[in-house]
Design a protein around this ligand. Sequence first.
Ligand code: AMP
Ligand code: MN
Ligand code: MN
Ligand code: MN
Length: 283
Amino acid sequence: MFDLDLHLHSTASDGTLSPSELINKCAQNGLKVVALTDHDTLNGIGEATKQAEVLGTIEVVPGIEVSCNWNGTEVHILGLFTRADDARLSEYCSRARKNRLSRSKKIVERLQQIGIEIKFEKVTELAGNAVIGRPHIAKALVDAGYVKYPKEAFDLYLGSSHSSYFPSSTISPIEAIDLLVESKALPVLAHPMRSKVKSGRNPISNLSELISELKPRGLEGIEVYYGDYTDSQISRLSLIAKESDLIECGGSDFHNSGNPGEPQPGTVGPPMSTLSNLKNRLK
Ligand code: AMP
Ligand code: MN
Ligand code: MN
Ligand code: MN
């Protein structure tokens, strides 16, 4: 098991454990330092940090995962060491929350047009206070008996090649990096390659072009140790990180999604030296 996991989700976005439950699970799994990186929100960080203080054995790095659109490809940028009081970042989050709500409504309407009988009200009820995302729609499809697991909902109805798909974001990775740099958080390129448990997501087709665009703007790290990446993916990414002078980051991207084979917190992650490398760049 590993000590460091820099990519985790809670009920503040599309995870199914509350921030406290997530921190308890991470501590039980032996993790020492974890980043909460909910999609387009900082809302879970206060609770996660408090719970870590109660336990006393685990530290929380405040983070975010910003959804971006790079010429039609979905690109996610993690921000590590975010500050809850940053005005521009908070303003971005409230804009993203509204966009995601109207986009989810459009996806549900498209599904209704092809005969899928789920209600938007059911989806918003499942999301509760969370920043809404496709996994909430997937849960509604599971509950209505259309599919067995959320992943199956992505394969059949919610993937980016399906007619119901609308991107969640209009912000480019460069804009996300500018936002994070200005708020003094460290930008990290998330899951740069295809992952089996999230099939259906189009991989970034020109990774070196993306990195050469983002590095001069302040990209600090890249996920090398991620979810279900194979040894050969990890070694290719490690080489890319070294060549581009990016810190080798990563984590499980755990959501407690209920999908079979989901990588658990603490089963994958970067070495502890990544944390000191990141902290050095904060200075
Ligand atoms: P959204 O942010 O609304 O576009 O939804 C994307 C989220 O859906 C990701 O962060 C994952 O949590 C989940 N997801 C994406 N693709 C898949 C997939 N193929 N199988 C299961 N979950 C997925
Ligand atoms: Mn997610
Ligand atoms: Mn992601
Ligand atoms: Mn994620």
